[in-house]
Design a protein around this ligand. Structure first.
Ligand code: M6R
Length: 607
């Protein structure tokens, strides 16, 4: 989703800003732009639709490299189509203020109408251009105070935003404001100052950083800066910046997604490392910080997309293994129904990026009611990590592919560990506990076995590309996995797929089954196997084609992906990895842009 960057120093602003735009390309965007200024206050703005490479080639034609400050943006269209005129940076009518913006100004259309009455003209359909003109409208030329105008702006616009503002009459100043959209300010000993919506862009440049909080305004004047909260000068923590430069590399893999699928045996080991001692079959209690101290009567989990499927699977396990009532809620929906927060309820938030707006907003609502919160995130120090009372890091490593793979499997493993942790405290049978621990130890090897079938899965994919509609079925633990496999499939293949609880098919959707509507059926030999077989026969009787993912061969299936034989709690990881490979190969055979699927973004920071 949108990325914003700011630079002020002595270096080549065009080169630095372009580098950051490239680093964050994987997050998904549809256009990009920069605006830079040199020491003589000459301004240069360039914008382009498409990849950062399009913008770079325009920038290369402009030979002047004297620019030492500027702002840049990658846009993921919300207000208005993907056009150059809608691409950031945007300027006020008099051309003096230039801004970049992440988020959505919800009351922009009312504000725009008021400005139109005052003869302001608009050259884009964006909410951001309204903000640029509001800055012009409220700038008092007598006091000529850029800070004051930005403070007025904060009172006028309704969230969410992270904004960077430059003003040509104030060449040595720059202003950043944020409310609910991530923004970090960073510095180094060379007196360079940086802003970014994602710390990864700054690796190798920044030495110290400050996370701005909701409502903060940061004002740069020369080499110094001041932070204001509610109009008052305030201080924020300054932290050492210790991220290593991440120059993402696909290695020998054709796509990041494939690389990340293959990384899973290692990331699973990393997630378990320190938390599990397989020699003593024990869990390190202190690594489950915030989970076990209290007897929660109920756990509510909140997340979006793939992460919701992690929770969904976990609620089954938690209820089975630890007898804690648990409810998996979708981030964008939970806020739409009245919910009650009391001390016996734990709200848990899961997010790979830690910045998903729908999840973050619900978290803030729970906190407003003094609810207890726990975060599970992959990106260290992301907003959800900082906002929750306690938390666990997933340790999946950076995930570049928009379609989550290792960021699904690793939190799923982590959550199985938490079920064991809570289950043990609540009287779980020792034999069950030991059985799961033993199989968890073999999990990396089991995943390797599924990965070894990649060529076979590709041959199945060759057959499947002739179809346009698919069902993904599962029961019990396999139902959330069917949902996850279906999401992955539609996300990168652009083919229609629907996930169903296998037993639910006969209550209506079976009507769609014929020889042109194949089913991908998660059918391991778990507790649900017998019940599944009757649904299997119902589909066959209607000439439906079935590709099964299972551990024991059954002759009637049209296509089979075989996974290792294990136990009910471990099968979901294996059927999920098989589903990832299936989606990947179908998408690859269809020549789709797998790492950056159309219309999608890696980090969804708007509602
Ligand atoms: O960053 P998050 O984990 O909070 O993202 C949530 C979803 O947007 C994300 O899982 C999405 O569904 C994936 N692209 C699916 O592969």
């Amino acid at each position: 989703m949108c990325g914003i960057f700011g630079y002020k120093g002595k270096g080549d602003a065009v080169a630095i800003l372009t580098k950051w735009l490239q680093r964050l390309e994987y997050r998904g965007y549809d256009s990009a732009g920069v605006c830079v200024v040199n020491d003589d206050n000459v301004m240069y703005r360039e914008r382009a639709v498409g990849k950062v490479a399009e913008l770079s080639s325009k920038l290369q034609q402009h030979k002047d490299r004297s620019y030492t400050r500027g702002i840049a943006h990658t846009r993921w269209a919300t207000h208005g189509g993907v056009t150059e005129s809608n691409t950031h940076p945007h300027q006020s009518n008099d051309g003096k203020r230039t801004i970049v913006h992440n988020g959505i100004v919800e009351n922009y259309s009312k504000l725009k109408k008021e400005l139109e009455k005052k003869w302001y003209e608009f050259h884009s359909e964006t909410d951001t251009e309204v903000v640029a003109n509001l800055l012009q409208e409220h700038y008092d030329s007598n006091t000529a105070n850029m800070l004051e105008t930005a403070q007025i702006l904060q009172k006028l616009i309704r969230w969410a935003y992270a904004l960077l503002i430059m003003h040509s009459d104030h060449p040595d100043e720059m202003i950043a404001i944020r409310l609910w959209s991530p923004l970090v300010y960073a510095t180094n000993t060379a007196w360079e100052q940086f802003f970014s919506s994602d710390t990864q862009a700054l690796a190798g440049y920044a030495q110290q950083m400050t996370y701005l909080e909701d409502g903060d305004l940061l004002h740069i004047q020369g080499d110094t800066y001041t932070i204001y909260a509610n109009g008052e000068v305030t201080k924020r923590n300054i932290e050492d910046f210790d991220q290593e430069a991440l120059e993402a590399s696909k290695g020998d893999y054709k796509h990041f997604m494939l690389k990340e699928i293959y990384e899973q045996p290692v990331t699973v080991k990393r997630t378990m490392q320190w938390r599990v001692n397989f020699d003593t079959m024990s869990l390190h209690a202190d690594t489950f910080h915030g989970m076990g101290n209290e007897d929660y009567k109920k756990i509510v989990t909140v997340a979006c997309g793939t992460m919701h499927h992690v929770w969904w699977l976990w609620t089954y396990r938690l209820q089975n293994l630890a007898w804690v009532p648990a409810y998996a809620e979708i981030g964008s929906e939970y806020e739409n129904k009245p919910f009650f927060v009391d001390p016996s309820v734990l709200h848990m938030f899961l997010s790979q990026s830690g910045e998903t707006a729908d999840t973050l907003e619900t978290l803030k609502m729970v906190k407003e009611q003094w609810g207890k919160t726990l975060g599970i995130v992959n990106v260290v120090w992301s907003s959800i990590a900082r906002e929750t009372d306690n938390g666990l890091y997933v340790r999946a490593g950076t995930e570049i592919g928009v379609a989550s793979t290792k960021a699904f499997i690793t939190p799923s493993v982590l959550m199985l560990l938490t079920s064991l942790f809570l289950g043990k405290r609540r009287g779980m049978r020792l034999t069950k506990y030991q059985q799961i621990m033993r199989e968890l130890q073999h999990l990396p090897a089991y995943i390797e076995t599924v990965l070894d079938q990649s060529d076979h899965i590709r041959s199945i994919a060759m057959d499947l590309i002739q179809y346009e509609d698919f069902f993904f079925l599962g029961r019990g633990y396999q139902y959330p996995i069917a949902a996850e496999n279906s999401l992955k499939f539609k996300e990168i293949t652009y083919l229609h797929s629907e996930a169903y609880a296998a037993g639910e098919l006969k209550h209506g959707s079976l009507a769609l089954i014929d020889e042109k509507f194949p089913t991908i059926y998660n059918l391991p030999h778990d507790e649900m196997y017998e019940a599944n077989l009757s649904n299997f026969q119902e589909i066959k009787a209607r000439k439906g084609k079935i590709c099964v993912i299972w551990d024991k061969r059954v002759e009637e299936a049209d296509r089979q992906i075989t996974i290792p034989e294990t136990i009910d709690e471990i099968y979901p990881f294996l059927t999920a990895v098989a589903g990832q490979l299936l989606a990947y190969h179908v998408a690859d055979l269809l020549w789709n842009d797998i790492d950056k699927p159309r219309n999608l973004a890696k980090s969804v920071t708007v509602k």
